[in-house]
Design a protein around this ligand. Sequence first.
Ligand code: MN
Length: 230
Amino acid sequence: MHGCADELEELLATLGVTKDDRIVFVGDLIARGPDSRRVLRIARELGALAVRGNHEHRMLVAYGALTRRERGPRLGPAHQRLLSELTEEDWAQLEALPLSLEFPEHQVRVVHAGVVPGVPFEEQQPWTLLHVRSLTALGAASDRYAPVSWAERYVGPPHVVFGHNAQAGLQLFPFATGLDTGCVYGGALTALVLERAQVPPPPSERRDVLVSVPARQRYVDYGPRPARAS
Ligand SMILES: [Mn+2]
């Protein structure tokens, strides 16, 4: 989401969301974009579920340090502004975000970034769930923008639905769906829409259950570093 509240409202209207629908965000509701607080408010009003993203995590670490009068992580100007803007209600909402959510009826697990393939879920490191994009040559978690995503090596089950990797764009693998289509960078905001008890269809049919709305503008320049040649 990254604060893209207008696009979120448009996507919800396009989907015709009702109170019978269950809405799940894949994390990073806040930061970078135009209106983080409105995204949080919309999520509250919807009674939506969400997992914690690396940006929520970083802001919570900074907020914890602030309230204990300790030195926190060094924040850029936008994150610093957010630190002073968020209300107690907002912070409580962020603090309640889990690292993962399970939806057995869809055979789906939701995390912000991903998992290391072959490692039991209980043994995954919180850092991995919040940051992983690729794997090192030895198969360890890395946040590098490498050409091959962790998701390409992941064989499930369950199916993992995630965000975090705008540079890779839509990622459609047999047991993983990456939904970050870079709205805040002028891309699009994308939802995976499953009927009750529906499992994600195979990659060749997965686009049939995706709905996107285009970004209204490019809110920030593309942040991620290009993958290093090695
Ligand atoms: Mn992220």
